[in-house]
Design a protein around this ligand. Structure first.
Ligand code: FCB
Length: 436
């Protein structure tokens, strides 16, 4: 089961989830530093203060990644390290840190894939209103340009924003993520300004001749039952979670009216990208309920195997989303799977090793589904596992371990799990073993 020549194999992380060192080298506070202090917001009261200490240990972590045979690293830049207050000149210490990370990657033959925003908004910008404020989109483009000016000579692949839906919907709608706001009108404004920030950043970065894109989380949405009410509920969830982002980016139109939109915004948002990143974890099932804005609840049918965070394991859903994108959006840019992976309750054996057959099976199934989508003609250029290291999994804290490398948070020791070696072999062979 070979993959096309030049197919990119990598691992992904995000700054707040792995770096720690939140007070070092002039970093300002982000909304996640604030939110993790809210009692009850995070499982176990965990914070990203130390996390995997990747800020200091990136050299070894890069060596580990390269040693496995993975050729690409997708990581995010912490905006509050570059602009501690969210505006003004770039902090040289912040830029220098990421320059060193990039240099290390290049020395080890690993291609950097930089994400500019993976949810750690400078707290000062939230104090000024956050993503519901139009100015935040302009501030983001300014920050993007500062980073690009410093690293654009060596970094070719740039993602503006990771999963704008989670940033808007979880951050400002349900409030389960930072900044913990629950207000649907503000949520809708955040949707538009995240996308506008992407569009403005594209405009700022485009002259560099680089490869630019955005990453969305996409799932097939199915009705919980054949009942027409559930079918309608699934449609509402699909529009609210996916079409609300895909349509403006790829067709220049929102599927619903949003108040915050001004003349010209959609032209910026729909400017061509060089790739679309797709994060896939699971199928979503929707059931009609009488309450809530969408009158729908998400719940998985009984009997499906699930991960630590309750997500059903359904590999073919990855093929479905890739084929759906190709079929529904003519002129679709090339795709990368920028995240895919699973949390399972890993067991450390007496000899210190971590065998994770469930994760190996998860990756195997999803890579076969990805290979199938490529055979069906979908243009997918690369695959990044979520994630390199066990890390701070947002509201779930450290309890959900998604890494292919086990982290002992007491001493920061890294132990590659069986899945890390398995994926490294796949990457080196550029081929996935046949189904079991
Ligand atoms: C995605 C996020 C990533 C990680 C995975 C499990 O939504 O982009 O940071 O939390 O889920």
């Amino acid at each position: 089961m070979r993959f096309p020549d030049g197919f990119v194999w990598g691992a992904a992380t995000a700054a707040y989830q792995v770096e720690g060192a939140v007070d070092e080298d002039g970093r300002g506070p982000s909304i996640w530093d604030t939110f993790t202090r809210v009692p009850g917001a995070i499982a176990g009261g965990d914070t990203g203060d130390v996390a995997c200490d990747h800020y200091h240990r990136y050299p070894q972590d890069v060596d580990l990644l390269a040693g496995l045979g993975l050729g690409a690293y997708r990581f995010s830049i912490a905006w509050p390290r570059i602009q501690p207050d969210g505006r003004g000149p770039a902090s040289q210490k912040g830029l220098d840190h990421y320059r060193r990370v990039v240099d290390r990657l290049l020395e080890r033959g690993v291609t950097p894939y930089v994400t500019l925003y993976h949810w750690d908004l400078p707290q000062a910008l939230q104090d000024a209103g956050g993503w519901p404020e139009r100015d935040t989109a302009h501030r983001f483009a300014e920050y993007a340009a500062l980073v690009h000016d410093a690293l654009g000579d060596t970094v070719r692949h740039w993602t503006t924003i990771n999963e704008p839906k989670v940033a808007s919907h979880a951050g400002y709608g349900t409030g389960i993520h930072a900044p913990g706001v629950r207000d649907l009108a503000l949520r809708d404004r955040a949707v538009h300004h995240l996308l506008l920030g992407h569009g403005l950043a594209l405009q700022a970065l485009r002259p560099g001749g680089n490869t630019l894109g955005i990453t969305l989380d996409v799932s097939p949405v199915l009705p919980y039952s054949p009942d027409p009410q559930d079918v309608a509920a699934a449609r509402r969830v699909d529009v609210d979670s996916h079409r609300l982002f895909l349509d403006p980016l790829l067709t220049g139109r929102y599927p619903v009216a949003l108040d915050a939109v001004r003349d010209g915004d959609l032209d910026l948002i729909a400017a061509p990208v060089d790739f679309l990143g797709v994060n896939y974890y699971r199928r979503i099932y929707a059931r009609a309920v009488p309450h809530g804005a969408l009158r729908a609840e998400e719940l998985a049918p009984p009997g499906l195997p699930v991960t630590t965070v309750g997500w059903p394991v359904e590999p073919d859903g990855l093929r479905e989303v890739l084929v759906m994108l190709r079929d529904d959006y003519p002129g679709l840019p090339p795709l990368f799977v920028t995240e895919n992976g699973a949390a399972f309750p890993d067991v450390v054996a007496a000899d210190g090793s971590v065998d994770d057959p469930l994760r190996v099976d998860y990756l195997h199934g999803h890579l076969l589904a990805l290979r199938e989508a490529i055979s069906e003609g979908v243009d997918v250029r690369g695959y990044f596992v979520w994630t390199l290291l066990d890390n701070f999994e947002w509201a779930e804290g450290f309890a959900a371990r998604f890494g292919i490398v086990h982290v002992d948070y007491a001493d920061q020791r890294r132990v590659p799990k069986t899945s890390a070696r398995w994926l490294g072999r796949v990457a080196r062979d550029n081929a996935v073993p046949p189904p079991k």
